[in-house]
Every structure is written in C-alpha cells, then in structure tokens.
Design a protein around this ligand. Structure first.
Ligand code: FE2
Length: 270
C-alpha cells in the first residue's frame, strides 16, 4: 500500500502529461482558484516543468507546515487515511494518467493528488484543520457511521469546498481544482451553494463519479480549523440520535442499514 515514488522511472511522456494538465488547469483556474492555492503553488515551487519529486516537495512543505507526502498505490482505506492525516502525512499516488484518460479517471492519479491537494497544505490553518480531522477520526475507526459523517466533512471541504474571498467565490477543493469541467460548473449561477454548516454536512451524502449537486462555502481556513473544536460534540450527538432511531426501527421489526445497527457494548464483545 505504501510505496516510494521511483522518480527516475517516469518517461518524457509522463512529464509531458503533467505539463499539459498543468497548463490546461491553470488557464481555467485564473480568477477561479483560491488565493491560498495559488500562493501554495508558488511557495512550494510547483511549476509546469514536470512531475514533482516527492522527496524534494516534502522537504519544502515540511519547512512550511510540517506536512510530508506519503506515496501510496491507490485509494487507501479510511482508517489508514485518517491515521496518515493525524501524523501530518498526505497520501499521494505515484501514477499519472495516459492521454486517453485526459478528462475522466475512475481513480485519482498523481495530478489530482499533488496538483489538487498539496498547495493548500502550505496554509497553516488549512494544514491544522486536516490534521485535526485525522485526530478526531482515530477513536471511531470501528464505527462506520462516524467515519461516514467525518468523510462528508472532508468531502465538502478538502475535495469540493468553495471559499468567499473579497466578495467573490473561489475554489479550494482539490476535486474541483484538478477538473476543468467542475471548475467552471461549480461557480456557474444555477448551482446551489450554501454556507459551511457541520449539521447540514452530516446530512448531505456525497456524490462520486459525477459533479456535485451542491457546494459549501467557507469564509476562511481559520473557520475550518475552528469547527474542529465543535465537531466532536456534534458528532457524538448525531451518533446518539442515529442509534436511538435504529433502536426504534428494530423494535418495530424493521430492517435497518448495517451502519446504523447499535454497536455492541464492550462486555458483549468478550
Ligand atoms: Fe482527493
């Protein structure tokens, strides 16, 4: 699951693919991307020249916020993912798409993981938010509902978040920043957008493999980090409500989703 980058194995075509994707995306992101993202690209010297060397990029990032990149073979399980975040390590895959996959991928490649995610890791408040989210998830590794709810927070911020900057909406979510189509779509007038609200997010399932049907807007990365102090209490309340609901359904003999099943108490497990 964890791998090193093997930088020397990239072909000239691989580096050209990075250049092509980088130029295409930067054209779309003009006046659309958050300033923190643009600042991060510059601070970490992430240019169009070719695929970044993870060791060198990690060294630069570590000096700014203490984060490092961890090479992975692909999407990692939730528990591994949140444990990495809690240690200020961000998982990035090491493969880059082929020309036939320019516009659609079943799984993220390194352009999404590195171009989309890494620049904002240079922002202090954003980086602290991500670590705090990882720390918060650690006690819930055997609770699929809690992990689902925390994943929704991650999804609508880190992957598909928008930020209000100087009276304009800007993109900071990596899932959007690495997609030319969604970069335009998410800011178009017909798309519903809401203020970032933890309870609302808990009740919004995320959408994979197509564009989101709503987006959530923050006013600063400090706001994101600040929400992690309220998050444990709200999560606990949400879990208790779900379990109470599950007990009620069970009492009527109804079938309920597995993730809502009441968890056994410790004594039952022994
Ligand atoms: Fe991502």
């Amino acid at each position: 699951m964890f791998i090193s980058q093997e930088f020397e194995k990239y072909t000239p075509q691989d580096h050209q693919m990075w250049q092509r994707l980088y130029h295409r995306q930067m054209e779309v992101l003009h006046n659309r991307a958050a300033s923190g993202f643009m600042d991060g690209l510059q601070a970490l010297q992430m240019g169009p020249e070719g695929i970044p060397h993870y060791g060198q990029l990690s060294d630069r990032l570590e000096q700014v916020t203490g984060w490092r990149l961890q090479g992975v073979t692909g999407i990692v399980p939730n528990d591994v993912f949140f444990r990495l975040l809690a240690r200020r390590q961000f998982p990035v895959t090491t493969w880059i798409r082929q020309p036939a996959q320019m516009d659609y991928l079943m799984e993220p490649d390194l352009f999404h993981d590195v171009f989309g995610h890494v620049p904002l890791l240079a922002d202090t408040a954003y980086a602290s938010f991500l670590e705090a989210l990882g720390q918060l998830a650690l006690p819930y590794m055997d609770n699929p509902l809690a992990i689902e709810l925390l994943s929704r927070i991650y999804w609508f911020s880190v992957e598909f978040g928008l930020i209000a900057e100087d009276n304009a909406l800007r993109i900071y979510g990596a899932g959007i920043l690495s997609s030319p189509g969604e970069s335009v779509f998410c800011l178009s007038p017909q798309v519903p957008r809401f203020y970032f609200n933890l309870q609302e997010l808990f009740h919004t399932p995320y959408i994979n493999h197509r564009m989101q049907d709503r987006y959530f807007v923050i006013e600063s990365y400090d706001e994101l980090y600040a929400c992690t102090t309220r998050l444990p209490g709200l999560l606990d309340k949400e879990l208790k409500l779900a379990q109470g609901f599950a007990h009620e359904l069970l009492s009527y003999g109804l079938v309920i989703p597995r993730e809502l099943l009441p968890r056994p108490v410790a004594a039952d497990r022994e």
